[in-house]
Design a protein around this ligand. Structure first.
Ligand code: 4AZ
Length: 255
């Protein structure tokens, strides 16, 4: 039995992002192919997934990083084809030294340095003092250029977004026990989000994209980077995100 069918219009279960919104969400391609999503966190830095560039795990970067020249980063456009985007080459790739190839075994984060400062306003990583805005039960926004269902042949032509509840670390650990379902959950470097019944989730190609929580002033803060999951939108299988706003990944990014 395959996973539950994704709702139409998708991210899975999402809606198209209107023009001009989420301009800091990056559409990343590697060697011209369907790639990943990322998030602008400083004028010339994008955070994405450690396994960015891998659809099936076959093109996996080593911790040395991959050649920057093969990576293209597009900002400020909701269009998957890049129309109207601010286009960047990458001058430096910094893969978290703790990243291991196996899903669920490390800090699934990579930093890309852009060739020039973006005109787009970066999104702030949630401050340590903002921990409560991403407590379990809070709704968070996911967004990306990935697939709208796990078996889709290609992504939608517009960036998608959706809202999903942050889950407790205990829920995440129960959904991803050791060695099962695409990796084990480690609360030091991961958080997970999604409805118990599934239906709304990140998917392939959304990797590295944002999990955003709402700050007290109503603006969004980055709390996660899409990492992995067992399929997309399956019941009992919330999406797993790199825990960028605290712990070792926060420290890595700060360095
Ligand atoms: C992927 O393949 C992937 N449902 C990303 C996110 C999720 C599943 C797979 C979460 O990059």
């Amino acid at each position: 039995m395959l996973g539950a069918a994704a709702p139409a219009g998708a991210v899975v279960g999402g809606t198209p992002v209107p023009d001009g919104q989420l301009r800091y969400v990056a559409n990343i391609s590697i060697a011209g192919a369907f790639g990943c999503t990322g998030t602008l966190i400083a004028p010339d830095w994008v955070v994405t997934a450690g396994h960015c560039g891998s659809l099936t795990g076959s093109i996996v970067p080593t911790p040395i990083g991959m050649p920057a020249s093969t990576i293209d980063v597009k900002l400020a456009s909701v269009h998957t084809d890049g129309s109207g985007a601010e286009d960047h080459k990458v001058t430096q790739v910094i893969v978290d030294s703790d990243y291991l190839v196996t899903n669920g075994s490390g800090n699934d984060v990579t930093l890309l340095q852009l060739d020039h400062a973006s005109a787009v306003r970066p999104v702030l990583i949630a401050a340590v003092g903002e921990r409560a805005i991403w407590n379990a039960g809070r709704l968070a926004t996911i967004a990306g250029f990935g697939l709208a269902s796990e078996n889709a042949p290609q992504p939608p032509d517009t960036m998608q977004k959706a809202r999903v509840p942050i889950r407790s670390d205990a829920d995440c650990a129960a959904a991803y026990p050791d060695g099962l379902g695409g990796g084990s959950f480690d609360a030091k470097t991961m958080l997970c989000a999604g409805y118990p019944q599934g239906g709304t989730d990140t998917c392939q190609g959304d990797s590295g994209g944002p999990l955003l929580a709402k700050a007290l002033d109503g603006s969004l803060r980055l709390v996660g980077a899409t990492s992995f999951g067992d399929g997309c939108g399956r019941p009992g299988k919330p999406g797993v995100y790199a825990r960028v706003a605290e712990g070792p990944i926060r420290s890595f990014i700060a360095r």
